[in-house]
Design a binder for this molecule. Structure first.
Ligand SMILES: [Zn+2]
Length: 344
């Protein structure tokens, strides 16, 4: 069992899309609600999320996009469609702003892939996932704990200021990081999901105050392809505040901790006083959609290395699709991260 305090709201289970377009065919939706149930079962108790309202979400996300997320499913059904709302047309670059009303045009404008359908409960679940992240942050800022876990689901790190993608709708880690920055903290985000956290990177790309570091599969071979290359380092005053450490498929613990050392050096150099850890367990060797070779015990090692920073850590759940192992993988990471659990 996990002694680290955690936050979760059962309304996050309301999101249950049926299928996604993956590698050329319709497949059952991988980011299913049982992921959250199995992680929750590893905790003796999870605290319910408090409601911090819309403002922290709107500090990160575009108002038009948020309104779209809230209304897309109803509009989809009102236009006579079955199933979940999903786009089929995407602009290849930013086009001139047009006020288009048809749901398919809006899906094209506010999403970038066919892995992120909007179902009946998507808004409700996304809203409460963001509130879980904010609640866990609040527990740290109030001094209740130095390590806190936000069982965010749906995940968030592929979602940008005005788009959903990669199973992500609201960027939970970015919302918490922005809130912490506004409350005077010096924040770094370390993203250790298998996939590059393109949405988080995008949100803070021109930002000098929030450091974004990501260790992920090389986007030459893996989703999201168009972001996460090593030469993306930020822009404007944020130049140098984005660090991408792509690794090849097949990476195991040795190769991984070499990248992690580089990441931890950057976090220290930033004079970070609060770390947001976007944790995806899809780096696991048995993950059905990913290609790293981390084992369950490796997460304890990784957590232990991150703990050497001696920082308050907000752990935000991202991906991980080997559902049966998910609770144990989260537990291994948190036991490495939190010395209290070592002693237990
Ligand atoms: Zn992932």
């Amino acid at each position: 069992m996990i002694n680290v305090p955690g936050y979760f709201d059962r309304r996050q289970l309301a999101h249950e899309p049926v299928q996604e377009l993956h590698n050329g065919g319709w497949t059952p939706y991988a980011e299913k609600s049982s992921r959250a149930e199995i992680i929750a079962a590893s905790f003796p108790k999870l605290h319910p999320a408090a409601d911090f309202g819309m403002q922290p979400i709107l500090n990160v996300h575009d108002g038009g996009y948020v309104e779209f997320l809230r209304s897309a499913y109803a509009e989809w059904r009102a236009s006579g469609r079955d199933g979940d709302a999903i786009g089929y047309t995407w602009p290849i670059t930013r086009r001139r702003p047009l006020d288009l009303d048809r749901i398919d045009a809006k899906l094209g404008l506010y999403s970038y892939d066919a892995a992120t359908p909007i179902a009946e409960g998507t808004w409700e679940a996304s809203y409460w996932a963001a509130q879980s992240a904010l609640s866990a942050l609040s527990a740290i800022l109030d001094g209740e704990t130095r390590t806190c876990f936000a069982l965010c689901r749906p995940p968030g790190h592929h979602s940008g200021r005005d788009y959903c993608g990669g199973y992500c709708y609201l960027n939970n880690a970015a919302i918490a990081a922005e809130q912490a920055r506004r409350l005077g903290r010096r924040v770094a985000i370390l993203d250790i999901d298998y996939h590059h956290g393109n949405g988080t990177q995008d949100i803070f790309y021109g930002d000098a105050e929030v450091l974004f570091v990501s260790i992920h599969a090389d986007p030459v071979t893996d989703y999201p392809f168009f972001w996460g290359h090593a030469d993306e380092r930020g822009e404007g005053s944020g130049l140098g505040k984005t660090l991408n450490l792509p690794r090849p498929r097949g990476t195991a613990l040795d190769g991984y901790v070499a990248a992690l050392s580089e990441a931890l050096d950057a976090i220290q150099a930033h004079e970070t006083d609060l770390l947001v850890l976007s944790f995806g367990a899809d780096t696991f060797e048995e993950d059905p959609i990913s290609h790293f070779r981390l084992r369950q015990d490796d997460y304890r090692v990784i957590g232990g290395r991150i703990a050497t920073l001696d920082l308050p850590v907000l752990v935000v759940m991202e991906g991980g699709y080997a559902v049966d192992a998910l609770g144990h993988n989260v537990e291994a990471l948190l036991s490495g991260l939190d010395p209290q659990l070592h002693a237990a």
